[in-house]
Structure formats: structure tokens, C-alpha cells
Design a protein around this ligand. Structure first.
Ligand code: NG1
Length: 554
């Protein structure tokens, strides 16, 4: 007779709750950050020749610099946002996609038994003049709450440190087996254009986080864990990060845009964009107006928009007595929270375009009734919230400071609610287009292109007038792109400079690029030698990966 199984032996007393609850399910493979074995697992065939040269040169430079081989590379792409701008921090879904440009963080771990183990982390960059080498001691990081210097001019290494800090904090919170930081040698190679709204800083934070996490825990990392940790890591740099960039860079799937939602949990639904006839293409054009780093400009721009939309949500919730809103990151409610509650209370059932459109119109009316002016002083806002100005300032403006005497709650809220609707319309049109289009002729597809383009143009118009995050150069780029055949064009990312993204039929791509070169770059930036680095077509790329260099195929 078999001995009784220890699992079936009755417990003398009821088991504690954590034993009786089912064990956590092991996450499916597709939910984990992949460890890849070859360049073709990361890049499309057209990108491989360039990437092959780049990765070999990275290996050679690493060897020359540190006299040893790379142990692994953490790689994260930048992103463009197709539509849904400045609504992620209000928890509404957005539709970005990863771009082929990425950040590689190459790491050699030096074990304590190695004579070279000196307790130092040496951080270098392939662009050594622009980004000088920094040396840290692992002892600097025994307290994971160490402060990152974020003065006016932030050093490039701060982005690495933000990732390192996140890795130390979250591995200690979540994993019992986190080991101490080893001696490390690191070489960074970033190809995401910087200060361009293509998420170069998030890609560096995310790659650094992934790299350090892999040195101190087992490299089985859930994508959603990486996204959430990267969002919080980036806040150490003084900006209340939304979440779109990190989610886009981690969840991305080649040839797909991603419909990213933030409630109830962060999730991404891939929407294929490459099967249409004529092909649907995307062109990025950099205004070369620098989106200076958000740590410097946050108090005048990004952080203000965050505070304006949060306050609008809180005041609307109070005005329409919808009850307490779910709090985002200890600050206050979101416009999504208000929208969902008011729709639920009024029975504005969602799920189809008509009822959603009706709900959006009703909510916009309520916004206009609540905020009759476009500017409110801080005292007036505190009064609307029913708290003192001091309490209001303490609650909403101390963790991420702002510089403003007046805030515009009406136009910001309107933009957010209407943009969320545009984003939903765009993604469902795109999904139906790519499902149906094989059967459509080129002329039958025109209305789809027009409708998608109109949504992008409306988004740009609203970003410019209601959210005030555009600038004359961006408006000019959008105008030129459309003149030469783009179906729609809009700013992408934070704004106030950076890039536009245009939706273009394949047969018009060259016209659009040539038109932009002639009418924008030739006159404003005749100095540019690498024009293809500032205006280029893109196809959606794969998300973050770890790559073991041993046996890696270049
Ligand atoms: P970029 O362009 O990367 O600075 C920022 C936010 C996004 C989103 C957009 C506006 C971070 C790291 N990025 O993007 O979350 O809010 O602005 O849509 O905060």
C-alpha cells in the first residue's frame, strides 16, 4: 500500500488562509520579458544589417574598455504615440507603438571570487564625450532610498540610477532571494533620438532597471512588473510619469500598435497595422525644437497638466456627488474615475460608439457648467475643493512642484475626455481596417485612411488649443505633411517641441518626406547632414528583451 501523501494528510486545525488559497499560477511565457538568442528575435529583416554591425561593435568596445566580455544586454525601444496624448495619467487608454530605435545596456557581472571584483560599478556610454563615464561604489546603494541628484541640469547617469534604485527597491519588496549588488561594468548604447518626445529617457531607465534586476534576482521578470517598477523608478527624477512609455516599450509586439489600458491593471492589446492595402505607413518628423528634459521643464509644463487634470477630476466629483474617486499615486482622483462613475450613475451604457459619444458630450457639458472660466487662481480652486489654499498646495503641488498662479481646468479636462474618445475610435477603426482590408480595393480603403487621419488632426488641434502642448514648429510640420499627402498628423509625446507622427498611404510616403525636407528642413535647418535621422518612416518594433551574449547570433 502506498504511504499516504503528505498533501492529503488532514491538518489538525484549519490551515492558515495563505495555505488554503490556491498557489499563484505561473505566468504564461508571453507575460515574461523574453530572453532572446539572436538579432532576428529582436529586429525586423531590414534592420538586421545595421544592428549586426552595431552589436558587434558594442562587443568589441566593451572588451577594449573593460578587458572582458559582456554577460548580457538589456534592450528597450523608444516609442511613438499614435493617439491618446496626455491622457495616460488620467488613466484613459492610449495607442502607442515601439520604434526600432532602442537603448542597449551591456553588462558584465564580476563575481566576488574574481580578482577584479572591486565593489565598483563603472558606467560608460559609447558616446563618451557627450555622456562621460561615471564610477559608483556598490556601498553607495546599501540603502535603496538613496537620493538621486536632480538639479537643473540632470546628468545622464541619473536615468541609470533611477533604474538601479527601482531594481533595488522592488526586488526587495517582491523577492526574498535578491542578492547584493555585484561589481559591474556597463556600456550604454542609445539610438533613440533624445529630447524628441520618443521616450529616450524612459528607455534608458527601463533598460537599466531590467539590467540591474537581472543581476540581483533570477531573470524571470513579468512584463507588468517591469512596467510598474519602471514608472515608479522614473518618478525619482521629479516627474509624475504617466505610464504609457514604459508600457509601450515593454509590451510592444513587432508590426502592431498597442492599446494600453491602465485600469484595473496595466494591460496591452496588440492591434496589427501592417496588413492593409494600400499599406498604412507612419512617418516621424523631428521639429528639432528640443523637448528639454522633464525634470527642468516639469514644473511649468508636464506637472502642471497633471495637477490641472487631477484637480478638475476632484472638483467634478464633488460637484456631481459621484462619491470618492480612486486615488492615483496618493495625489487625487482621475478624470477616468469621474467619467466611469458618472456614466454608471446615469446608466450611460458603454460598449458601442453611439452611447460612448453621447456620454462624452454629456460629460463635456458638465465640465463647461462647472468651469465657466478658462483660468482659476489657486485660491479659487481651493474654494471649489472646499479646503484651504495651504492644504491644496500641500496635497497637490509639493511632491512634484509646479510654477503657476492660475490653472486652466476646463480646457484640460475637455481635451482629456474628448481625446479618450478619439483614441477608442481610432483603435477600433484600425482593428477593423486591418481585419477587413485584404478584401477591399485601394479606393474602398480611402474613407478609412481619411477617418483615421481626421482623428489624428482633431487630436493635434485639441492638443494645440485646449491642452496647449504644441508649438509653432510642430503646427508647421503637420501642415506640410498634410500638404504632401499625409492623411493625418499630430504631435507625439509630451510636446512643446519634439516630433510629429503622420499617417501616410504607402504610395505617398516619399512625397511627404520630400515635402518636409524641402519646406521645413532646407530652410530652417540647412546645417543638418543626416537628414534621414530627423525624418523617417517607421514600422512598429518589438518590446524590451534580455539577451545572453554567449551563443548570441549576430
Ligand atoms: P514623453 O514624450 O516620453 O516625455 C510623456 C509621458 C507619457 C505621456 C506623454 C504625453 C513620462 C515618462 N512620459 O511622454 O507618460 O503622459 O508625455 O502623452 O512621463
Amino acid at each position: 500500500m502506498l504511504a499516504p501523501s503528505p498533501w492529503t494528510t488532514p491538518h489538525p486545525s484549519p490551515p492558515p488562509a495563505y495555505i488554503s488559497s490556491p498557489p499563484p499560477a505561473f505566468p504564461p511565457q508571453e507575460d515574461l520579458v523574453p530572453t532572446v538568442a539572436s538579432l532576428s528575435d529582436i529586429y525586423s529583416a531590414t534592420d538586421i544589417p545595421h544592428q549586426s554591425v552595431r552589436w558587434s561593435s558594442l562587443q568589441e568596445r566593451f572588451r577594449a574598455l573593460y578587458d572582458r566580455d559582456i554577460s548580457f544586454v538589456a534592450r528597450t525601444p523608444g516609442r511613438v504615440n499614435l493617439i491618446g496624448e496626455h491622457i495616460d495619467y488620467s488613466w484613459f487608454p492610449v495607442l502607442p507603438m515601439a520604434i526600432p530605435h532602442d537603448v542597449l545596456v551591456a553588462v558584465a557581472i564580476i563575481p566576488s571570487t574574481d580578482p577584479a571584483s572591486d565593489g565598483r560599478i563603472i558606467l560608460s556610454n559609447v558616446q563618451a564625450v557627450k555622456y562621460p563615464t561615471r564610477v559608483f561604489s556598490t556601498d553607495d546603494f546599501t540603502d535603496p532610498f538613496f537620493a538621486i541628484p536632480t538639479s537643473q541640469h540632470i546628468d545622464w547617469s541619473a536615468y541609470f540610477l533611477a533604474g538601479l534604485k527601482g531594481a533595488l527597491t522592488f526586488s526587495r519588496l517582491c523577492a526574498t532571494d535578491a542578492s547584493p549588488l555585484p561589481t559591474m561594468r556597463i556600456l550604454v548604447d542609445g539610438e533613440v533620438p533624445t529630447c524628441a518626445g520618443l521616450s529616450a529617457s524612459s528607455a534608458l531607465v527601463c533598460s537599466s532597471l531590467l539590467a540591474v534586476l537581472s543581476t540581483i534576482t533570477t531573470p524571470i521578470i513579468e512584463k507588468s512588473f517591469l512596467v510598474n517598477s519602471a514608472v515608479i523608478s522614473e518618478r525619482a527624477l521629479g516627474v509624475n510619469s504617466g505610464g504609457m512609455d514604459q508600457a509601450a516599450s515593454v509590451f510592444a509586439v513587432r508590426d502592431h500598435a498597442l492599446l494600453i489600458d491602465f485600469r484595473p491593471l496595466v494591460s496591452a492589446k496588440p492591434v496589427r497595422v501592417l496588413d492593409t492595402v494600400p499599406r498604412l505607413c507612419f512617418v516621424v518628423a523631428n521639429s528639432l525644437v528640443s523637448v528639454s528634459n522633464r525634470t527642468e521643464t516639469g514644473p511649468d509644463r508636464y506637472n502642471i497638466r497633471f495637477v490641472e487634470t487631477t484637480l478638475a477630476a476632484e472638483i467634478l466629483a464633488r460637484e456631481y456627488s459621484v462619491g470618492r474617486l480612486e486615488i492615483r499615486d496618493g495625489f487625487g482622483g482621475t478624470l477616468r474615475g469621474f467619467y466611469d462613475k458618472i456614466c454608471e450613475r446615469n446608466g450611460w451604457t458603454m460598449g458601442d460608439r453611439e452611447s460612448e459619444e453621447r456620454a462624452v458630450k454629456e460629460v463635456v457639458v458638465k465640465i463647461r457648467q462647472t468651469f465657466s472660466k478658462d483660468k482659476y487662481s489657486l485660491d479659487e480652486i481651493a474654494k471649489m475643493l472646499g479646503i484651504s489654499t495651504e492644504d491644496m498646495l500641500r496635497k497637490y503641488t509639493t511632491r512634484f512642484p509646479i510654477r503657476a498662479k492660475y490653472l486652466n481646468l476646463r480646457d484640460r479636462a475637455e481635451h482629456v475626455i474628448e481625446e479618450s474618445f478619439r483614441c477608442k475610435c481610432f483603435s477600433s477603426l484600425l482593428a477593423s481596417l486591418t481585419t477587413n482590408l485584404r478584401a477591399l480595393s485601394a479606393s474602398e480603403s480611402t474613407p478609412y485612411f481619411d477617418a483615421l487621419g481626421e482623428l489624428m488632426n482633431a487630436s493635434q488641434q485639441s492638443g494645440s488649443s485646449k491642452f496647449e502642448c504644441s508649438c509653432p514648429e510642430i503646427n508647421e510640420l503637420c501642415r506640410i505633411a498634410q500638404k504632401y499627402g499625409a492623411s493625418g498628423s499630430r504631435i507625439t509625446g509630451t510636446g512643446w517641441g519634439g516630433c510629429i507622427i503622420s499617417l501616410v498611404r504607402a504610395d505617398r510616403v516619399n512625397d511627404v518626406i520630400d515635402g518636409l525636407k524641402r519646406e521645413y528642413y532646407a530652410s530652417r535647418h540647412p546645417e543638418i547632414s543626416q537628414i534621414n535621422d530627423v525624418v523617417f518612416p517607421i514600422t512598429p518594433a518589438n518590446g524590451a528583451v534580455l539577451s545572453k551574449v554567449n551563443g548570441f547570433q549576430l
